[in-house]
Design a protein around this ligand. Structure first.
Ligand SMILES: C[C@H](O)[C@H](O)[C@H]1CNC2=NC(N)=NC(=O)C2=N1
Length: 136
């Protein structure tokens, strides 16, 4: 019998199990706090690195300037929190990666700032992948 997936029906919402995740925590971080925050980010389109030490997401924008405005919002919060992402600006998108350098690993600061990126992207008007600016 064909599975639901084979029939093209949307796959049922699947809870991301703790056992599916392999976060490598920055020393002193609380796993019980990290895991639910990480799960919520994964539901919002963030991915955990293969190394488990960082999270990343690509945001799409209809203009280059909107992408730059987004990086400025992120930069302002980074300056306040003294925690800085790697951001790769492209025509139509900004890729953001958060990790903690010292002590190395994933921290609540990474996850809080990742959530801040989602709020900033909403404010600037991020769009779905494919709706971002393209070269003509
Ligand atoms: C002293 C200063 O706050 C630290 O070096 C900060 C600066 N920004 C940082 N940013 C990131 N992403 N990880 C860090 O560990 C880090 N450390």
């Amino acid at each position: 019998m064909a599975s639901t997936a084979e029939k093209g029906a949307p796959s049922p919402a699947r809870e991301i199990k703790t056992t599916d995740l392999n976060p490598v925590l920055s020393a002193g971080e609380d796993e019980e706090q990290i895991v639910p925050a990480l799960q919520s980010l994964l539901r919002a389109g963030w991915t955990l690195d293969t190394a488990g030490t960082g999270v990343s997401k690509t945001f799409f924008f209809k203009t280059y300037f909107k992408g730059i405005s987004f990086t400025n919002l992120v930069a302002a919060e980074s300056a306040t929190k003294k925690h800085h992402p790697t951001m790769t600006v492209k025509f139509g998108s900004v890729h953001v990666h958060w990790t903690t350098h010292r002590p190395a690993g994933l921290s609540m600061k990474d996850l809080e700032l990742a959530a801040h990126c989602d709020r900033g992207a909403e404010l600037v008007g991020a769009v779905a992948q494919g709706e971002g600016q393209k070269c003509s």
